[in-house]
Design a protein around this ligand. Structure first.
Ligand SMILES: [Zn+2]
Length: 93
């Protein structure tokens, strides 16, 4: 079995990652925005996998990855999701 445990392996397989901020995604934040007549902010954000590898290293284990701060509010109460491409592919460095 091919275990994708490290950031570099996800990169090689063409996966992408996104984060979800539980502060931006909380219902109270949503209703604050609605009451203030602001457009509710989306809670998910794209993660630049290449930048993450430069920052943390290609051999960083995804399961041990420290939370990625939300780019909007800076909260580290975020979850990280890996998105596999619909078609398997290999990316060359
Ligand atoms: Zn946030």
């Amino acid at each position: 079995m091919n275990v994708l445990d490290m950031l570099g392996k996800h990169w090689q397989h063409g996966h992408s990652m996104f984060g979800w901020c539980s502060d931006c995604g909380s219902p109270s934040r949503y209703w604050d925005d609605v009451k203030a007549r602001r457009a509710p902010k989306p809670a998910s954000f794209d993660i630049d996998l290449a930048a993450l590898i430069r920052e943390r290293g290609a051999d960083s284990l995804v399961v041990e990855l420290a939370p990625i701060p939300c780019p909007r509010c800076g909260s580290t109460k975020s979850e990280t999701w890996v998105v596999a491409p619909s078609k398997p592919m290999r990316r060359r460095r």
